[in-house]
Design a protein around this ligand. Sequence first.
Ligand SMILES: [Fe+2]
Length: 315
Amino acid sequence: MKIIGPDYLVFGVDDRAACDEFLTAFSLTREDLPGGATLYKAADETGLIIRDRDDPDLPAPLPTGAQLRQQVHGVVEQADIDEIEAELSKDREVKRLEDGSIESVDDQGFALKFQVTIRKPISMKSEKINAPGDTPGRGLDEIGVWDDMPTPPRALSHAVLFVPEIKGAEDFYVNRLKFVVTDRMEEVGPFLRPQATRDHHTLFFIRVPDYMQGLEHAAFHMAGPTEVMVAGTRMVNAGFESFWGPGRHKFASNWFWYFKSPMGTNLEFDADMDQHSDDWVPRSLERGAENSQMFLLQHREKWSPGGARPAAKPE
Ligand SMILES: [Fe+2]
């Protein structure tokens, strides 16, 4: 079952204008879709589809009223969809659409769609560094950061779901959709990698009471830590609320910076996630702040040495 990862996350939102302002500031590219939907896409054309909450074309909402309405997973080829259809049809309704994609639900009631992936191959340089002892990553006179450097999100990376029942959620994705557990945060949930990506995870679960079920955050991959910092600083300066970061996770090693979004979830810039072979042995760590990040930085107003006039010498 060659599932690659999320092509789209689909939302039914309360405030389209606020979402447009936030997602534009996040440097996603806007594309109007038929039927009144708007796609905010990364460089590889994966992204977030925004519709009105009461749009009749959306799948039914969760009982919690979460604005996340569907996860669209991209697969390698039509045969993968046929395989998923055969598997899920054993115990639930699977609807086949005209284009060959299928829609169903997982064991927790999250709406799912599977399609031959729409993601486009991209060719963009990652962040390069210079360090003694290794060949310089950048050429002579090639600077590492500049004022108006672009910070385009490159690909929709992962979704983290608030789920009431971790064991059932893990069993569904591992046993039915053949995801692999890469690591585990005890009493919280597993990190899951589908078969057709090497990224550490495209899904993670956090256990919550029923009334909180929904999307905790979604993340987009960036070129490297500098882009995470620059893009995040621009979000702060534009008045958006930082939720967590900047910092670097222990599991997956990815740099992160999360912002509160008007879609009722957090949206993360991330960079430099670990990639894994099929031989990787999952680790397990106790839940807690120490294990959730290697370090966490705090944003503060810009400062300059020598920039402020020295105070008068005390008498
Ligand atoms: Fe994340």
